[in-house]
Design a protein around this ligand. Structure first.
Ligand code: PGA
Length: 226
């Protein structure tokens, strides 16, 4: 399974590298969490190997806690795991907690070309928790207990885990030209199957991805979809 995860992470990194080579300017939606860590390692390797130029790549973090400590912020995560290694200019590092109107900023840059997503155990994408409507833009949300429990290992306890965050909405994500979802580990198997099973259900936000024409699901817990 680890081998498969590595292979799929390399595929996702390859898709990002390909679009950076192809297009003059590129707008990426980027996730945090455990899932994309290997993908970022591959991307750093590809950047060094092929001399990928990130100077015209605009990076849009999918989400952020509200008032995080520097240590726990997703901005720091992206700096540590990607930006500082590949040379993303500071001005190209965007975060929804640093901007009043994230959707407008994304639109002004020409819209997202490629968005990479993970999936939460409750089916969330970015931090769009169950019940989020299809028509939702970047907004502040309350994190549900399932999400907070999954995040609590980073904070030491559930009590110390943030309750609020700001996230791109479902509409923001679906406006991306193409989308890649990564789902690794047996604990994600059931929710991935439910999300891509019958119909679209706001109680499983990832199921909204079925409304998009260009989604690849890269998962080691079943066959890849899309
Ligand atoms: P994880 O989080 O990568 O840490 O499992 C995924 C998500 O919540 O989107």
């Amino acid at each position: 399974m680890t081998e498969k995860k590595d292979e799929l992470s390399a595929i996702a990194a390859g898709k990002i590298a390909a679009i950076i080579r192809e297009k003059k300017t590129v707008n990426l939606g980027l996730p945090t969490g455990k899932t994309p860590l290997l993908m970022y390692q591959h991307l750093i390797r590809l950047t060094k190997q092929d001399g990928l130029d990130w100077s015209s790549v605009q990076c849009f973090a999918l989400d952020e806690y509200l008032h995080p400590s520097k240590e726990h912020s997703f901005q720091t995560y992206l700096e540590t795991n990607l930006y500082d290694h590949v040379g993303v200019p500071k001005a190209n590092q965007h975060n929804p907690a640093m901007t009043d109107n994230y959707d407008q900023l994304i639109t002004e840059h020409g819209g997202l070309d490629l968005t990479i997503l993970g999936i939460g155990l409750n089916g969330h994408i970015a931090f769009n928790e169950p019940g989020t409507p299809r028509l939702s833009f970047t907004q502040c949300i309350w994190l549900q207990e399932t999400s907070r429990k999954a995040l609590s290992s980073t904070f030491g306890s559930l009590e110390a885990t943030p309750k609020t965050a700001v996230t791109m909405g479902i509409s923001t994500i679906l406006s991306s030209q193409s989308i890649v979802m990564l789902a690794f580990g047996l604990d994600k198997k059931e929710i991935v199957e439910r999300a891509f099973g019958n119909g679209v259900n706001p109680e499983i936000p990832a199921s909204f991805l079925k409304l998009h024409n260009t989604v690849s699901v890269l998962t080691d817990c079943g066959s890849a979809i899309g």
